[in-house]
Design a protein around this ligand. Structure first.
Ligand code: HEC
Length: 148
């Protein structure tokens, strides 16, 4: 009986190890509510936003005319369930609409950090990554997940 018990425990341990490996390989490991940008980055992002984005999206990120809001339920609903890389890539490749593709990855990351901060996501101690590999591991959810 005891031998069987240890065997079952081993199988369990192997199974959960395999699951945690696949989680690292595929599923986003972090969430935007975990403090995924620094306050400095968001402050720099505000300056860049005011300079390059607010003319269309508004100083309060509410949108105007053709430009959609970058804050609130409608905006978060559009992006909830995607990775931060999806939002980052959307901004970097298509914005500012008047000069798409003109921003560096670092500048895009600052502005993304500011948009997150404006939407009440908390700042943390590590800056938002500027590369796809880092950004695609961070999941964006409109609601703060339970326990965070
Ligand atoms: C010249 C006006 C203009 C400027 C400047 C501009 N945008 Fe936009 N933005 C738009 C318009 C219009 C849309 C919707 C149509 C489209 O996607 O082109 C849009 C869409 C977006 C979206 C998608 C929103 C959603 O939920 O679908 C994001 C994100 C965004 N802009 C971010 C930015 C950021 C960040 C900047 C500054 C770097 C910026 N925009 C500058 C006009 C602008």
């Amino acid at each position: 009986m005891q031998k069987l018990g240890i065997g079952a425990m081993t199988i369990c341990a192997v199974a959960s190890l395999a699951m945690s490996f696949s989680a690292v390989a595929q599923a986003p490991a972090r969430n935007a509510w975990d403090g995924v940008f620094t306050a400095d980055q968001a402050t720099q992002g505000k300056a860049a936003y005011d300079n390059k984005c607010s003319i269309c999206h508004g100083a309060e990120l509410l949108g105007q005319e053709m430009a959609p809001p970058l804050s609130g339920g409608l905006f978060l609903g559009n992006w909830s369930g995607q990775s931060l890389n999806d939002l980052f890539a959307r901004i970097k490749t298509t914005m500012p609409a008047s000069d798409p593709g003109s921003m560096s990855s670092a500048e895009t990351a600052m502005i993304t950090a500011y948009i997150l901060s404006f939407n009440q996501f908390p700042a943390g101690t590590t800056p938002l990554p500027t590369d796809e590999a880092g950004l695609s591991t961070i999941n964006l959810t409109a609601e703060k997940p339970a326990g965070k």
